[in-house]
Ligand binder design. Structure first.
Ligand SMILES: [Mn+2]
Length: 350
């Protein structure tokens, strides 16, 4: 079928079909070498419909690509939770604006006695077998949890991760998601400056993953690299971060499946880290949380050894966060992982 006929049959414009193709989705079955005309097969109509419906639901094209390779009920569930959480965040924001406007000038203050949720956190970090120091750094307080996984050998790696968590902590005052992102960018610049001016520190860098509670009760997550944040709500586990690694990006584009990624020669190679350049792009997201929701931050020494399903079972099966943190790290140790392994398990409490 010509692209025009396919567009008519599928109800998707030719322009959008070209966009999908350039994103690695729904490639034409043939392209005429001389004219450049694209041809589609009628058997691609179903896939075209699925792609277009998911896109209209706000799912990024990269995630759609990975889903088409391995369609799963789990992924649909995760998207459902995400869509619900986005909607409730937006509704919350709109009703806050309504309240603020109704209260008028001078009302932009925290109500006295208004319940402000807190995080209660437990950290555990275990040194790996490869190095002589643990280069993971962790920080937790009532409103912020941060993990960072340093790289670049001693002493740079450990210094970079400690600088990253300290600067992020200093910048975050529960104000906004932008404040958290700005703190992480400030940490990036500080590490980069120090790495290029101080002897023996060149090449140091770090990942960073942070989750903070805002005054309005929203949870904001920001990260660079492959340290992860998960939200455990009800009995569902939702990964809130996408790894910035070569293989994870190939998987998101649908060019590699998860099993092959583990054996890929570039497995674990970061595409973003703090300290490697003057600027860094920070990914961030936010959601509403409820009392008893649990947040897990972990470094790749954990996520490389245990699966999301194992994490879900531990978080769902443990009485308290202390035992959850211990069980997670014990599980990693039982796999004889060679990397530093760190977790922070936090619980939202009133
Ligand atoms: Mn690591």
């Amino acid at each position: 079928m010509s692209i025009g006929a396919f567009a008519q049959q599928s109800g998707i414009s030719a322009k959008r079909l070209r966009t999908y193709a350039s994103s690695g989705l729904l490639a034409p079955v043939a392209i005429d070498a001389s004219s450049g005309y694209r041809y589609y097969s009628p058997s691609q109509l179903l896939e075209a419909r699925v792609i277009d419906i998911l896109r209209r639901a706000g799912i990024p094209l990269a995630e759609i690509g990975a889903f088409l390779h391995h369609p799963s009920e789990e992924q649909l569930q995760m998207w459902t939770i995400r869509v619900q959480r986005r909607a409730s965040c937006s509704q919350g924001a709109l009703s806050s604006v309504r309240q603020l406007l109704a209260m008028g000038e001078g009302s932009v203050e925290i109500e006295e006695g208004a319940p402000m949720p807190r995080l209660r956190a437990v950290s555990r970090s275990e040194q790996g077998l490869v190095r002589h120091e643990n280069q993971d750094a962790l920080l937790s307080n009532a409103h912020l949890v941060v993990v960072a996984d340093g790289m670049g050998g001693a002493p740079g790696g450990g210094l970079a991760s400690s600088m990253a968590v300290a600067i992020t902590d200093a910048a975050f005052a529960m104000g906004s998601i932008d404040e958290l992102g700005a703190g992480i960018r400030a940490a990036n610049r500080a590490i980069w400056e120090r790495a290029r001016t101080e002897a023996g520190l060149e090449g140091m860098g770090t990942t960073l993953c942070a989750a903070g509670l805002l005054r309005d009760g929203a949870l904001v997550v920001a990260h660079v690299g492959d340290s992860r944040a998960y939200l455990f709500h009800g009995q569902s586990l939702f990964q809130m971060t996408d790894d910035h690694t070569v293989t994870a990006e190939l998987v998101r584009r649908g060019e590699l499946n998860g099993d092959d990624a583990r054996r890929h020669p570039h497995h674990g190679v970061l595409t973003r880290a703090l300290g490697v350049g003057p600027e860094v792009v920070v990914d961030s997201s936010s959601c509403t949380v409820e009392t008893a929701d649990r947040v897990l931050l972990c470094t790749d020494g954990v996520s490389n050894e245990i699966s999301a399903e194992e994490i879900r079972r531990v978080l769902g099966g443990s009485q308290d966060i202390e035992s959850a943190a211990h069980q997670l790290v014990d599980l990693v140790i039982s796999r004889a992982g060679r990397d530093d392994a760190s977790v922070i398990v936090a619980e939202v409490s009133p």
